[in-house]
Write a protein that binds this ligand. Sequence first.
Ligand SMILES: Cc1cc2nc3c(=O)[nH]c(=O)nc-3n(C[C@H](O)[C@H](O)[C@H](O)COP(=O)(O)OP(=O)(O)OC[C@H]3O[C@@H](n4cnc5c(N)ncnc54)[C@H](O)[C@@H]3O)c2cc1C
Length: 524
Amino acid sequence: MTKKGRSLLWFRKGLRLHDNPALLEAAKDVEHLFPVFCIDPHFYEKQPIGVNRINFLFESLADLHESLSARGSRLLVLRGDPKQILPQVWKDWGVTKLCYEQDTEPYALERDNEIGELAKKAKVEVKTFLSHTLYDPVEVKKAHGGKTPETYKAFQSAVAKMPPPPSPVRDAPEKLPTIAPKAKGAEEKATGVPTLAEVGYTDKPTTSFHGGETKALARLTKSLEDKEWVVQFEKPKTSPAALEPSTTVLSPYMKFGCISARLFYAKLVQIEKEKKKHTSPPTSLVGQLLWRDFFYTVGYHTPNFHHMLGNPLCKQIQWDVDPVLYKAWDEGRTGYPWIDAIMVQLQQQGWMHHLARHSVACFLTRGDLYVSWTLGRDTFDRLLIDGDHFVNNGNWMWLSASAFFSQFFRVYSPITFGKKYDKQGKFIKHFLPVLKDMPDKYIYEPWTAPEEVQKKAKCIIGKDYPKPVVEHATKHKDNLNRMKSAYDANKSPQKRKEISDGFDEMARAEVLDMEADDDEDEEK
Ligand SMILES: Cc1cc2nc3c(=O)[nH]c(=O)nc-3n(C[C@H](O)[C@H](O)[C@H](O)COP(=O)(O)OP(=O)(O)OC[C@H]3O[C@@H](n4cnc5c(N)ncnc54)[C@H](O)[C@@H]3O)c2cc1C
């Protein structure tokens, strides 16, 4: 049988050849296959993305290009708005079928709807596949009696009624159809990936985590090597202060789809079966994957999930608009070494442990600074290499006690929490070398060190390292009262509306534009 059609495989997330149903479909029974990635200005012009994250993406694309090349194909990197460039290339290349993995983020839904319409007009067949999550959010809602599961428990009981997550599909064939040799402009586009400079970045990446399916699979294998560690994994028992990460650091690979969630899940379930005795959700590793799916499900079904205003799940809270405090937090200058070291880790590595994220998110919002969670979300979105729409928004709402979690009186101390894991403050000294000679006794509260000690440590507080921007002991108590009033107000629809109406979105935007002019929470 001679193969005739030409298909276009559009990579967006899902930057992998394993467990990629869209790829299998695109490669099936066609003469030529065009694997395409569009560098969409939407993602890096409208909102700044840190150099570590964009570099991680480019490394992932380069890896994909290599793996495709080994199979006789290549990655065609196009630049521009996919709504404009895809119709152009499918016309130029005579494409008859368009395949891609579904993306449920709001921007992607709108974009893909428009592209679907354009394809229909051009008589290009469209085939899409759900392979970024374990479960289909639409099916989960159905299993929950047509209601959105708004708690992890509700999500668990919904998925318990569903068939288990689909097994990963087979790997890409060893030989893929070639791109059509004379397709207009295709050869020039097959140059792989632009350099950082070409897309306007002057800084060099600083993270030690590198993108790509090859690295992702190696990391998965290494993470699961010690089966005892896997079956005994309990997230709250892993250390946020470990310099060698105490969890898998697979999140950036999951974000870009360099690793399949279904493959990760299948491997965990296999190990659990083999070992018999194992920890359980929510704290086990399987539990971590379910958290991800939970946020994807609830986020998909909640309008304005990424805003406070117009978001039915989110408590309306009159957060302070304080550019000075926000910037101090964003730049790691709060004067609390535990908080600042984590923020420096974010800038340098683009990744922090989950409980470290808890600490800084609580500090920015209800704990200390009383600044809006959406500002913290934006900082994370800019700097995290795993910055993920649903997971980031969901966790920020959680930590600010705006949704999902309501025990706002349980506040992380910026002084004692880190100490439980790292008495000597090795983590702090690593990320804040200015404090490296500060005696252990003062490392979490250097402003309490006598002048002589500060001099000896060559770190004068207020000069070499900032004084605390707020006094935790008093501020967190004031904030508790404010949170209590906010929670009371949210019980009345009228008062809730008054808070929303009074919240100044413009002031919030100005903060973003401005150029630098007792302990434990519920742990997951
Ligand atoms: C304020 C805040 C913001 C966050 N923003 C993000 C984000 O933008 N992107 C992101 O991937 N994670 C985010 N997290 C969740 C979590 O901190 C990271 O997923 C985790 O620390 C990644 O490290 P790991 O891969 O070693 O996790 P592991 O513990 O090894 O877990 C395995 C996988 O499970 C998933 N996972 C783990 N914890 C969570 C969780 N709480 N919610 C959802 N999925 C989870 C991740 O895909 C992770 O790779 C955020 C947490 C907080 C508190």
